[in-house]
Structure formats: structure tokens, C-alpha cells
Design a protein around this ligand. Structure first.
Ligand SMILES: [Zn+2]
Ligand SMILES: [Zn+2]
Length: 368
């Protein structure tokens, strides 16, 4: 009987529940989960900040090995043959493909009918095992499954979790970063680190990270995600940070990527930007309310401002394809802290407090 982490009520602990091993459905797969990533969204799920049905089958990030393949599922999304025992990752969401957002806007990230493992799947409905914080997850037909490249470990693939595809969508697809660009990244969480790494991969000459706490800044510099950092513990006010930034980049940033998730960071982004710069607001995934900005600066500086929401299965595929390159340049696994599935609440608390940069649960110890 595989165990699954379930959130039965908001603002309570996550509990482990056992469910019978489901039959693999045609076109679907059963996957033994090697690592189930924990992301900031999970903290918000627990506090009830997002409107989702209870009890939640938790875990929207995962990697593992194929346990069983359903009839008709022979290859991954790229046509690579799939077999029992293969190391795979799966896109956590399945857009409907038929709504206005999917069909007309061609923006599956905005699909209102998306099924999302670990977020809007309940543990009460069969096949129950609908999240990645489980010994086994049941993936339904239509799930985008990607074989993990041989040069990438489970740890490396889960470290950027959904931050990786979020940055592919926001940074790689929306921004024009050129060799020589000066890029400011606000926020030293996984989305900030992923954005910084992709900015470098796109040719940025200098990536300047503004964030905290100091432990996360140290990690970012150690793995080469950023060239320079402005630590919020040393420069606690926006004025101090701007002055420190202008010492490094007197003209301002060619591109500013907000990954802080704090509304006031957007006003700060406008100040960090040089005239004609691009500003991406990527970190405001949770609604923390309005903030004061001076719109005159947007006009006068001719800023190009963008927003970007989540990611689609296509972004997930691009993320996995980029991993062999990323892991050559950055020691991703060194960011990761792993916990046994039984210690899921400790892990969630450590993510909530910022004590760890990235955490993942290890439901199956035998799949390495
Ligand atoms: Zn997430
Ligand atoms: Zn749709």
C-alpha cells in the first residue's frame, strides 16, 4: 500500500495516508517517486491562500522510475522508447486544449481547466495517488512524460523543480537577453536562482542578484548563478540597495527580473532599470495586494514591462532539455536538502522559514 502525503485541512499538518496500488490506466503510467520537490506554492497551499479542493494529494514536483506502463504508452514526449525502470519526469499540469485560453490565446498556462497533480487533485478520488509526495504516483493519459537525460541525476532535476520551467517561460521566452547584457535578479529563492542561471546561459555579461537571507546569497555565488550579490541583510532598505547597485552598474540594468514575490519589489525593479530596459514581474505568484509605484518612471524610461504565469508542459520539456547544459556550469545538487517522506512537515516548515533553499522528499530510497 503506497503512502501519499495528504493535506486534509488548511493550516494543519500534512498527514501520510495509505492507498491501494492502482491499476495502470491505458495511456498512463505508474511511477515510483525518487524525489518529490517542495516549492513555495506548497507553503501557500497549506495556509489556504489558493482556492483548491481538499483533501489535496500533495506534491506538484517529482522525478522517479517507471513502475508500469499503460496500454499504448510506448514512448516519451520526444518519441524515445519508454520501459519499466526508466528514469522520468512529468509535467505537473495537463491543459484542456479546448478552452479560449488554450485554443485562441494559445496560452495553456492560462487554461482554467488545467489538471495539476499535487494541487487540484483530491486524495479521495480514485486513483488517489495524484501527487508526487508519494511512494508511487499514478499518471493519467495525456500527461507529458520526459525521460531524464543520462547526464542528469534525480537530485539535479528536482533542484529547480517548477522554478526551472517558470524561468524558461518568463525569462527565456519573454526577454531579449544578449551577450553583454547586465541583468538584475531580485530574489534568491529557486525562481531567482533559475532566472539568474538562464540569464547567464543566454549570454548575460553580468548577473547581479539582490536578495536574502545571507545563506541563500552564499549558495547563489558558490554555484555561479550570479556574479555579484547585494545582500538584503547588509542593505535592508530599497535606497541602500539602489545605491549599492549603482556602484556596480551605474547605467542601471538592461533587464530586471523580479522573483522576490514581495509587491514592493516591483517599485524597486523600476528604479534598478536603465532607460529602455525590460522588466519582468515573475515572482508575484501569490496575491499579496497592491503596492505604490511611480508610473511616470515607466513612461519616462520607456520600460518594457512583462508578466509571466507558471508554465505549460512545453516549458517543462524545454527545461529538461536545458539541464545537461545547466549542470555543466552549476552544481545544482548542492542546493538541495532531502528529507524522508515521514518528515514532510519538518521539510515544509524549513521551506516556509527560508532555512533551506530547496527541499525534496525521498519517498523511495531504492530508486537511486
Ligand atoms: Zn511549484
Ligand atoms: Zn484550456
Amino acid at each position: 500500500m503506497p503512502k501519499l502525503a495528504v493535506l486534509t485541512e488548511f493550516n494543519t499538518s500534512v498527514e501520510l495516508q495509505e492507498f491501494p496500488m492502482p491499476e495502470v490506466e491505458p495511456g498512463g503510467a505508474l511511477v515510483d517517486v525518487a524525489l518529490g520537490g517542495i516549492c513555495g506554492t506548497d507553503v501557500h497551499l497549506r495556509t489556504g491562500h489558493l482556492s483548491v479542493p481538499l483533501p489535496i494529494a500533495m506534491g506538484h514536483e517529482g522525478v522517479g522510475r517507471i513502475r508500469a506502463l499503460g496500454k499504448g504508452l510506448d514512448t516519451d514526449v520526444e518519441g524515445e522508447p519508454l520501459a519499466v525502470g526508466d528514469r522520468v519526469v512529468w509535467a505537473n499540469n495537463i491543459p484542456c486544449g479546448t478552452c479560449y485560453e488554450c485554443l485562441v490565446l494559445r496560452e495553456p498556462t492560462l487554461c482554467q481547466n488545467r489538471k495539476i497533480y499535487g494541487i487540484n487533485r483530491t486524495a479521495t478520488n480514485e486513483p488517489h495517488l495524484q501527487g508526487g509526495w508519494a511512494e508511487t504516483i499514478s499518471l493519467e493519459a495525456g500527461t507529458t512524460i520526459i525521460k531524464l537525460p543520462d547526464t542528469v541525476s534525480f537530485e539535479e532535476a528536482i533542484t529547480l523543480g517548477c522554478a526551472g520551467p517558470t524561468a524558461i517561460h518568463g525569462v527565456v521566452e519573454n526577454l531579449s537577453i544578449e551577450p553583454g547584457s547586465v541583468v538584475a535578479v531580485q530574489g534568491a529563492g529557486p525562481v531567482g536562482l533559475a532566472s539568474a542561471m538562464y540569464a547567464k546561459a543566454m549570454g548575460a555579461a553580468q548577473v547581479i542578484l539582490l536578495g536574502g537571507p545571507s545563506s541563500r546569497i552564499e549558495v547563489a555565488l558558490k554555484i555561479g548563478a550570479a556574479d555579484v550579490a547585494i545582500d538584503m541583510d547588509t542593505y535592508p532598505s530599497a535606497e541602500e540597495r539602489l545605491a549599492a547597485f549603482q556602484e556596480i552598474a551605474p547605467r542601471g540594468a538592461d533587464i530586471v527580473i523580479e522573483c522576490a514575490g514581495v509587491p514592493s519589489a516591483v517599485a524597486e525593479a523600476i528604479d534598478l532599470a536603465r532607460p529602455n530596459a525590460q522588466v519582468l514581474v515573475l515572482g508575484q505568484y501569490t496575491d499579496h495586494g497592491p503596492t505604490a509605484i511611480n508610473p511616470h518612471k515607466i513612461t519616462k524610461k520607456q520600460l518594457k514591462m512583462f508578466g509571466s504565469w507558471g508554465f505549460s508542459p512545453a516549458h517543462y520539456v524545454k527545461y529538461i532539455k536545458s539541464l545537461p547544459h545547466l549542470v555543466k556550469n552549476h552544481d545544482l545538487a548542492s542546493i538541495l536538502s532531502t528529507y524522508d517522506l515521514e518528515n514532510v512537515n519538518d521539510a515544509l516548515n524549513d521551506v516556509a522559514s527560508g532555512r533551506v533553499t530547496k527541499a525534496a522528499l525521498r519517498p523511495q530510497t531504492s530508486t537511486d
